[in-house]
Ligand binder design. Structure first.
Ligand SMILES: C[S@@+](CC[C@H](N)C(=O)[O-])C[C@H]1O[C@@H](n2cnc3c(N)ncnc32)[C@H](O)[C@@H]1O
Length: 226
């Protein structure tokens, strides 16, 4: 069994997109998003690249109408396996997030969360997706976003060029260890900030995890600025 420094089982992965970590461990960004969810008086949440959808289930149990989006077949998620749409205010949408439209989303989104997913998209696709999501978010709504980091071991042997063109597979050793097969766009902390700001968010906090991934909390401020 391959493990990272947190003891996560990296083999709990399918589809070549890396391990489903959220179902193994709640990290600081998960907890911050849940604190924020508790401070809201209901509302709508979105989990992008939800994987097993455990964090989406947590939002739904806190009373938020929650949409979980992932390319994984519904039957492989908690929502599908436990038929949770019958028990909780949650919906699972099996879809390539790059093909999402405004019509797929609730009219208003009060909280958007996305962990360990956005680096699977090209940078331009990530900007377009966050802009689409931002259209549904009123000023003040929060985005909790993380990406695999350029400062992590994933970047060993990874050809990091300019972010607009950065989209390459990991070294064979890292592909095998982390079960990440396709191309990824790894992020530096300031690049995740710039990504969110390009979609109309202000940065509240961005930090590196001990592994070297980038985790940020952002607030919707208005139309994209650049
Ligand atoms: C490493 S898992 C993260 C799952 C969960 N958010 C977590 O933190 O554990 C990455 C997820 O991104 C999803 N994914 C990758 N590319 C996608 C795309 N273009 N559209 C939708 N989902 C995608 C994969 O199916 C996978 O569930």
């Amino acid at each position: 069994m391959a493990e990272n420094r947190y003891g996560d089982d990296l083999d709990r992965a399918e589809g070549g997109f890396g391990a489903d970590i959220a179902s193994q461990r709640m990290d600081a960004l998960d907890r911050a998003a849940l604190h924020h969810a508790l401070s809201l008086d209901g509302g709508h949440a979105l989990d992008l690249g939800a994987g097993s959808s455990i964090q989406a289930v947590r939002f739904a149990t806190l009373g938020l109408e929650t949409l979980a989006v992932d390319a994984l077949p519904r039957a492989r998620t908690l929502v599908g396996r436990l038929d949770l749409e019958r028990a909780l205010p949650i919906r699972y949408l099996e879809k390539d997030a790059r093909a999402l439209t405004r019509g797929d989303l609730p009219a208003r989104l009060d909280l958007v969360y996305s962990q360990r997913f956005i680096h699977h998209l090209r940078h331009g696709e990530a900007v377009a997706l966050l802009r689409l999501v931002a259209e549904a978010m009123p000023p003040g709504a929060r985005l909790f976003l993380s990406a695999s980091g350029l400062a992590s071991e994933l970047a060993e042997g990874y050809p990091a060029g300019p972010i607009e063109a950065r989209y390459a597979t990991l070294s064979p050793a890292m592909q095998a260890k982390h079960h990440i097969e396709g191309p990824v766009c790894l992020y530096a902390a300031e690049e995740l900030e710039a990504l969110a700001e390009a979609a109309g968010f202000a940065t509240e906090r961005v930090e590196l995890s001990p592994f070297g991934n980038v985790k940020g909390i952002f607030t919707r401020i208005g139309p994209p600025t650049r």
